[in-house]
Design a protein around this ligand. Structure first.
Ligand code: AVJ
Ligand code: FE
Length: 444
């Protein structure tokens, strides 16, 4: 490639990064302007930070990685690093910290951003792995988007309405079958090539799976209601020992935010009570609830590898795609992402997002619990810091896949891995089921 060619690529990358930074900050602004300043300082749940902590933490990470590390510039403020260090400050203690009040937090993130735009004008993307393909900028965009999803979950936990508005998701246009057979054989899991993929998505590696059957869509409210009506919450047969203990101790009897409504159910969404819609994916269930439902249904949760093969493997080429529909970035036709709608979409609403094998709504709508605890792939190497992912490896966290209606496309891919404790359900979490293929199915 000629020098001019390289320069043109660098200009294109610069423009793309600038657009992603701006788009992301616009969402952060909406989420932090949707309630008043008192409300931003308050803690709405011991599981969550005050919204104003998320805001300044986003700016502080941007300062640490881009202004100081990539840019080699003087600190904007080094006196607040500890306050906004997630490892030094447990969430439950964050409201009692001397946090920057909203006007100062807004001024801080704006100052950091100005310096980042200045840096972006000069950076050449060739001074090492951190900036190759703009990775550090992509990491910071994803970090802010992840906190935007966390802030949306905080709004859902607040009591009372919030000034966030979005049109309802699209209506179904196709009938979706119950299940899809995934034939036995190897596929490539993870990636070496997606430039903004994070360390835990790497390296690409071959995984050989026996034939299995996976639900063609996430489990719906209607199906989940049948589990409740059948006494599923009161029958220890369906639950693991840890799950049953949690179910009893936490007094679980329905998904979070559900209320009895006459002879049916309603859910509280961003301060509004709506009748539960049967054809929508169930959301706000913990891993234990998902696991109990699956056992009740005579199935199990998919492993992480099963989820990814169903989402990415193309039997025609043997390749793994970036997304179920192909390698191109998501559009509003492919998936319910980006807080474009403030609920999951009914099953059958995204036919353009279907995988080659016919599996629907893998990306967007609800994060899907898998049966797999978070571990590094074979050959994993932490980059650029152990605290993003490696420190969470082990048996404590379950992997979730696919992103939710609250997830931005920058923080969601066929290889993207999320994780949380198996008891958590304030996140936008649902699931689909899988099962081993019977011999007569596997050899068709
Ligand atoms: C990957 C969503 C589990 O929110 O704890 C944000 C993302 N890491 N700041 C989280 C993250 C550091 C992380 N999850
Ligand atoms: Fe963070």
């Amino acid at each position: 490639m000629t020098d001019i060619g390289i320069d043109r690529d660098a200009e294109g990358l610069r423009a793309r990064i600038a657009a992603e930074l701006a788009r992301t900050r616009a969402r952060t602004a909406l989420l932090t302007e949707a309630v008043d300043d008192d409300d931003l300082m308050r803690q709405h749940s011991p599981l969550m930070s005050p919204l104003v902590w998320d805001l300044a933490h986003v700016g502080n990470q941007e300062e640490l990685w881009l202004v100081r590390d990539v840019g080699g510039r003087e600190p904007v403020r080094c006196d607040i690093d500890d306050l906004y260090d997630a490892f030094k400050q447990p969430r439950r203690d964050r409201p009692s910290l001397p946090l920057l009040p909203p006007p100062e937090a807004r001024a801080y993130v704006a100052t950091v951003r100005e310096k980042v735009y200045d840096l972006l004008d000069r950076v050449t993307f060739d001074s090492g792995r951190l900036v190759t393909d703009g990775f550090a900028f992509g990491m910071i965009v994803q970090h802010e988007q992840q906190h935007d999803e966390t802030m949306l979950a905080t709004h859902q936990l607040r009591s009372g309405p919030v000034a966030l508005h979005a049109p309802p998701p699209p209506e179904p246009t196709v009938r979706v079958p119950a299940e899809v057979l995934v034939p036995a054989g190897p596929f490539v899991m993870g990636t070496d090539t997606d430039p903004w993929a994070l360390d835990n998505e790497r390296p690409a590696h071959r995984v050989d799976l026996p034939a299995y059957v996976i639900d063609a869509a996430p489990v719906t409210n209607g199906a989940y209601r049948a589990f409740i009506a059948d006494g599923g919450y009161d029958d220890p047969r369906w639950w693991t020992e840890a799950g049953w203990q949690h179910r009893r101790q936490a007094g679980l009897s329905a998904p979070m935010h559900w209320r009895r409504d006459g002879d049916g159910w309603a859910y509280l969404r961003f301060g509004r009570l709506d009748r539960v819609r049967d054809d929508e994916p169930v959301v706000h269930v913990c891993f234990h609830e998902a696991q109990a439902y699956a056992t009740w249904a005579g199935k199990r949760l998919p492993t992480e590898a099963e989820w990814e093969k169903a989402a990415r493997w193309d039997p025609a080429t043997g390749r793994s795609r970036r997304y179920p529909w192909g390698d191109e970035d998501p559009t509003s036709a492919h998936a319910n992402l980006g807080q474009r709608h403030l609920s999951p979409a009914p099953v059958g609403a995204y036919p353009a997002g279907v995988s080659p094998l016919g599996v629907h709504q893998l990306i967007g709508d609800v994060w899907e619990w898998t049966a797999t605890p978070l571990q590094g792939y074979p050959g994993f190497a932490a980059f650029p810091y152990r605290e993003y992912s490696e420190v969470f490896f082990g048996d404590d966290y379950q992997v979730l896949r696919g992103g939710s209606f609250g997830t931005d496309q920058a923080a969601c891919r066929g290889t993207f891995r999320n994780w949380d404790y198996p008891i958590r359900r304030q996140i936008f979490s649902g699931f689909r089921c899988a099962r081993d293929a019977r011999p007569d199915e596997a050899h068709r």
